[in-house]
Design a protein. Sequence first.
Length: 278
Amino acid sequence: MMNDTITNIGSSILQQGKHNDRIYLMKLSNDDLPVITDRLDRLALAEKYSKIIAKVPGFAKDKFTENGYIVEASIPGFYNCSEDVYFMGKYFTESRMCSYNYGKIKEILKTAVLKSSEERTAKIVPGFHYRICGKSDVDRIAGVYKKSFETYPFPIKDPMYIAKTMDENFIYFSIRRNNKIVALSSTEIDAGFKNVEMTDFATLPEYRGNGLAAYLLHNMESEMRRRNMEVAYTIARAVSHGINNIFAKMGYIYGGTLLNNTNIAGSFESMNVWYKYL
């Protein structure tokens, strides 16, 4: 199946497509208010999408609320530690609004929050080595992601996409054993607003259980502090014990749940938002 595509409405940036059956307003331009909500509606209805998820700065929250959006998650001080962001959803079908595993999500959250009181350690066992990736790694990066994910919201299995994002605002991080990449993650940096998404975590199955994701996250945070980022966040699978536990244990704060937000392995999964001030 084709990946969803990045497009524009005016000066705003969005992702849309049938794979996730949604529009994701990734970056709202003030120049597109107030008409953008109507334009998003028309696009969703024309393409028969079942959800719009919008990343909305605080100054525009009321406009989206008036248009039928509900707040699913928020991060205070997301933009330069001064302006809040709201992840706001609008649904076009009842089935997309229904959570079929709400109890499981709540139980995973409860367990994760308990982890936040544990000692924060991020150590790597002998034989593994941490390294920031370069252009020479793009084929190996794509190969690890191919082995790790059946489907993914962005085309991270494509070496050309990896190279393109490296040229833009992504940094890829790796753990290696005998020069083989066995675990990966990335940061998507918004230098203008000093926030960064910690994302694309993957560990090859035979190397799981060694604390590699936590060690990657620790080093990602150090690198982002060096680059003067102020807020780190992630959008994590709500039904994954491991990734939610890692972020909670590393001091991230739960910001909310995006309901039935992302197509993973052929079904829609809810996603938890976690954030931390660096």
